[in-house]
Design a protein around this ligand. Structure first.
Ligand code: ZN
Length: 216
């Protein structure tokens, strides 16, 4: 393996992992990966942190305010200060920039604004039990309405069922979750009831008692 090629391509692994490389460059990187175990290992490490960055649309990164140019260096410096056997991975600046984009996006309303171009609609929720704290948004999909429930206080280990109420009186299951006690949870609940026909949703405990209600 040509060491110079190896060095140059390593710099591209972060972009490659998130699909930002032009097709010809991606092909070059892939060809190198086929013959370089070191780079395959590094790519696997990059890929393993991507779920933590889920929700970051790479297409949005360019339009985001630019993080301080020395941020990656500062994070690397902090990482180097930690005793460790391996040098800090080169893709860290990419991950740091993406993390900054998450923060910036949050500030500008990414979470409650558009989601893949689909508007998120805040939902008024009322918990029947004082220990439950909850907020919710509704996302109208072509296949039905999705409820994203952020909550804590549902009894740890207990199973809860969610139903979406339709205008015609139907109650349609939107899934189940297990309570997490004091730990915050975010739960995506998918229903086949279209947003235009949905009037609300309810969370039922194992005994069938409504413990939380949302108005749509
Ligand atoms: Zn390599």
């Amino acid at each position: 393996m040509n060491p110079e090629e190896h060095r140059v391509l390593r710099e591209s692994l972060g972009d490659h992992a998130i699909g930002r490389l032009p097709r010809d460059e991606a092909a070059t990187v892939q060809a190198h990966l086929d013959g370089c175990a070191d780079c395959r290992t590094e790519l696997a490490e990059i890929t393993s942190v991507l779920p933590a960055l889920r929700g970051v649309d790479p297409a949005h990164l360019d339009s985001m305010p630019v993080p301080p140019s020395d941020l990656g260096e500062r994070i690397l410096a902090a990482a180097r200060a930690e005793p460790r056997r391996r040098p800090a991975p080169r893709w860290l600046p990419v991950a740091a920039a993406a993390a900054v984009a998450v923060v910036v996006g949050g500030v500008t309303g990414y979470a409650i604004g558009d989601h893949d171009g689909i508007p998120r609609e805040p939902v008024a929720v009322r918990a029947m039990a004082p220990e439950i704290t909850a907020s919710a948004v509704a996302i109208p999909h072509t296949w039905g309405v999705e409820i994203v429930l952020d909550a804590d206080g549902f009894r740890s280990g207990s199973t809860y069922r969610v139903v979406v109420e339709a205008d015609d009186g139907r109650e349609v299951g939107a899934g189940e979750f297990v309570g997490t006690g004091a730990d915050p949870m975010t739960c995506n609940l998918n229903s086949s009831v279209l947003r235009a026909e949905a009037s609300g949703f309810r969370v039922l405990d194992a005994g069938g008692t409504t413990v939380l209600r949302g108005e749509l």
